[in-house]
Structure formats: C-alpha cells, structure tokens
Design a protein. Structure first.
Ligand code: GLP
Length: 229
C-alpha cells in the first residue's frame, strides 16, 4: 500500500482520474468498481472531462458499484444509483447494461463480478470511522457482499444528503471486504478532512474495527490523500 500525498483536492481528482483513464486505455473492456460519497466526485468530473476532450471510451467498460441503500427506490434522489447517474453515467458513453449495483441477491452479484473476470480497478473512499463501502467497524471482516446495519456515526455523516438523519436508511448492501480485496488494483481517494483516518491508517495494524486497515495487505493499492482542500 502506498500513500501519495498531494496538495489539493483538484490534484487528487486529476491523479485518480488519470490512473482510471490509463486502466481503461490499456484494457478497453476493463471492469471498474465505483464508489459514492463526496470524495470521488472530483474524480468523476475529471473523467468526464477526459471523455469529452480526449475521447476516453467507456463503451466496453463494465462497472460494479460498492454499495447501495436498502429500502430506497433506485429513482430516489439520494439512492447511489441516482448519484452515479448524475455524477458520471449520464455524461459518458457507458452502456446501461454494463452498470451493476448490489441488491438482495448477494450471490448473484459476486457471480456477476467473477463472470466478468473480476474487478480490474476498484475506486474507494473512506468513512470517518474507517469504513470502506459500507463495511462498518466490526468484530470480524465480512468477506462477501452482504447486508449491513449502518453505524450511528455513518447515519449522522450521511444525513447531510437528506432532510434529516431520520430519513437516512438504516441498512445497506455492500461488497464485502473479500470482494474489495479481490480487485487487481485499488485506488482510495481521501480529502483533507480525512487527515485523522489517514494518520491512523499509517500507524494502525490490521483490524476489523478499522476496516480500511485491511488495505495494508493489498498488493497494488494507492491511497491518494490531499493535505489541503
Ligand atoms: C459512504 C459510502 C462510502 C464512502 C463514505 C465516505 O458511507 N458508502 O463508500 O466512502 O460514505 O464518504 P465521503 O467521501 O462523502 O466522506
């Protein structure tokens, strides 16, 4: 795991988008794992720019999103499906049949990833409590795609996207730690507001109580951290 510290969120986004674009150029039918949250928004903006200016072609790309809320219609403005559509999919030439989100059929999601040859590059953000996807701190690492009860701190953190914390779904479906770790390459983007998480990650040994720490064991993981906003 290497941590690349850059000076600004814009630099972080440019670098992450460049690495994703390189992946797609070297393998046009790449399988890309995608993340939601504020952190990757700049990366998606830069990818759209590369698509529009340099013709980066997404026509053969397949995507698998990390997670999705339960009990929220796909069309809900805060569903991760809507988020991805607004922030990326509707601005690039990806085929809608190649876009995948997890649902209650966990085994099917795992099989679909395997049938596509596995994830070539997984983009991640990180929660304030160290969660990746929606893998919250726990006693054990959950391997496969599964349903989770969101931590109170995650509900509070995500309340900013809803009218109130009461409206935030209490459960979600997420890829498991094993699903994420099976990706051939991982890029995690973290802005300046994640300084504490990144410092902890540098020091902490691997523990399911701090899920992002598992990335220490990944053979090709780059953390892009911006020291200021
Ligand atoms: C959500 C998502 C995560 C994301 C995290 C951090 O809980 N499920 O995938 O990494 O938020 O989000 P942000 O980047 O907005 O801090």
């Amino acid at each position: 795991m290497q941590i690349v510290t850059v000076k600004s969120y814009s630099e972080l986004s440019t670098l992450a988008a460049k690495l994703i674009a390189q992946q797609i150029k070297s393998k046009p039918n790449s399988v890309i794992g995608l993340a939601t949250g504020s952190s990757p928004v700049g990366t998606y903006e830069k990818l759209i720019e590369i698509h529009k200016k340099d013709g980066l072609d997404f026509s053969q790309v397949t995507t698998f999103n990390l997670d999705e809320y339960c009990d929220l219609d796909r069309k809900h403005p805060q569903s991760y499906y809507t988020f991805m559509k607004e922030k990326l999919f509707s601005h690039i030439n990806i085929a809608s049949k190649n876009i995948n989100f997890p649902d209650e059929d966990f085994d099917k999601y795992e099989d679909e990833i395997k049938n596509c040859g596995g994830i070539d590059l997984q983009l991640l953000g990180v929660g304030n409590n160290g969660h990746i996807g929606f893998n919250e701190p726990a006693d054990v690492f959950q391997n496969k795609t599964h349903r989770v009860h969101l931590a109170e701190s995650t509900i509070q953190a995500n309340a900013r996207f809803f009218n109130s914390a009461d409206e935030v779904p209490k459960t979600a479906i997420t890829m498991g730690i094993g699903t994420i770790m099976a990706a051939k390459k991982i890029i995690l983007v973290a802005g300046a507001e994640k300084a504490e998480v990144i410092n902890k990650l540098k020091k902490e040994t691997v523990s399911p109580q701090f899920p992002v720490s598992i990335l220490h064991y990944h053979p090709d993981c780059t953390i892009i951290y911006s020291s200021s906003s």
